[in-house]
Design a protein around this ligand. Structure first.
Ligand SMILES: Cc1cc2nc3c(=O)[nH]c(=O)nc-3n(C[C@H](O)[C@H](O)[C@H](O)COP(=O)(O)OP(=O)(O)OC[C@H]3O[C@@H](n4cnc5c(N)ncnc54)[C@H](O)[C@@H]3O)c2cc1C
Length: 313
């Protein structure tokens, strides 16, 4: 019997150096705005390392991303990271967005190439006057401001990429340009992550490769989403949700169990940082973080950000 397993739960208050970050998307409607802020309020006391806000395809959410990030800065103790893509925009347009973030007090950007305007799967062509790819964008950000830059990584290969090796070359280019953290596309088989991490390390890349964890809020939606971004959905996962289409309460329990199993296995393999795709909902993510030993802090408000950042340094 593995004696270390029960201690994860029993010694939950004991610091294990686990760090989490949460990803949100900018809301479209007043109702969505309300659920986003309910999720942020619930998750903020867990003192995430940072929270990130996505950027809609082709910059379609530019204003909404900016507004959300600014509100996080103004009303919470959280450290926001703004996602940014270079699709369908000139370098000058993208630079203006970077400048506006820097001026608003944003210190962290998640730099991405982005999907073609016609949608993922279509052939990508950079804007003639724009950044060519994510590595080029990272270099552009670094030229403009001293910001922390995170980038993407794909344990199962990006759908456009000819091979994992080409993917890792791109990751290397992004790191050489100044990226200091990679966040992975979501995956359900941890072995995919471990194998990828080994290959990344063998290529001499030593930045953290933070696993992106997607709690399965809705299995059908997850399957569609996974097909679009080249993530595999194992048969065992489908099996776990089989027959539960009309049973939301059980689905939620299963989703929590699946995600808990995944993150605890990653912890067993030495992973300490986790990035959660929250889909703007707190419950499952909050429960998984609790299981990871994170407890809410009662300190809130803008003034606490400096303390939180100091603690994290
Ligand atoms: C953590 C994370 C956050 C994300 N956030 C957002 C977001 O906020 N908004 C959004 O729109 N999208 C987002 N995406 C999705 C991302 O924009 C798409 O996956 C996009 O297709 C690639 O962008 P990238 O920065 O990952 O690309 P890159 O890192 O530039 O490329 C990914 C891989 O694709 C290959 N590749 C790239 N271009 C080509 C090409 N022309 N020909 C052949 N191979 C090529 C490269 O080998 C590379 O390894 C996110 C993805 C992740 C993992």
């Amino acid at each position: 019997m593995d004696a270390s397993r029960p201690s994860r739960f029993i010694n939950a208050g004991k610091p294990r150096g686990i760090r989490v970050s949460f990803e949100f998307f900018p809301p479209k409607t007043a109702e969505m705005e309300q659920s986003l802020w309910e999720a942020i309020s619930r998750l903020a006391p867990l003192k995430p390392n940072f929270v990130s806000v996505t950027y809609g395809a082709g910059g379609s959410t530019r204003e909404r991303t900016h507004t959300t990030v600014k509100r996080i800065l103004a009303e919470t103790m959280l450290t926001p990271a703004a996602h940014l893509t270079c699709v369908a925009a000139t370098c000058a347009e993208v630079d203006a967005v970077i400048g506006a973030y820097a001026q608003a007090g944003v210190r962290h950007i998640v730099a991405l190439r982005g999907d073609p305007l016609a949608g993922a799967g279509e052939k990508y062509a950079p804007h003639p006057g724009g950044y060519r790819n994510a590595a080029d964008l990272v270099a552009g950000i670094k030229r403009l401001a001293d910001l922390e830059v995170s980038v993407s990584a794909y344990p199962e290969k990006h759908p456009d990429s000819p091979s994992v090796a080409a993917d890792i070359d791109m990751l290397k280019a992004k790191v050489d340009a100044g990226a200091t953290r990679a966040i992975t596309q979501f995956f359900f088989e941890n072995d995919l992550y471990f194998r990828y991490r080994d290959r990344v390390r063998a290529a001499g890349i030593d930045i953290p490769i933070v696993p992106g964890i997607l709690p399965v809020q809705n299995f059908k939606t997850t399957k569609t989403f996974a097909a679009r971004c080249g993530a595999s959905v194992p048969a065992w996962l489908a099996d776990r949700f089989d027959g539960l289409d009309d049973d939301a309460a059980t689905r939620k329990l299963i989703a929590a169990a699946v995600a808990a199993e995944q993150v605890l296995d990653l912890v067993d393999h030495g992973v300490t940082d986790f990035h959660f795709y929250t889909m703007n909902r707190a419950d499952l993510v909050y429960a998984i973080c609790h299981l990871l030993g994170l407890r809410p802090s009662t300190v809130t408000g803008n003034s606490a950000r400096a303390t939180a950042e100091k603690e994290r340094a």
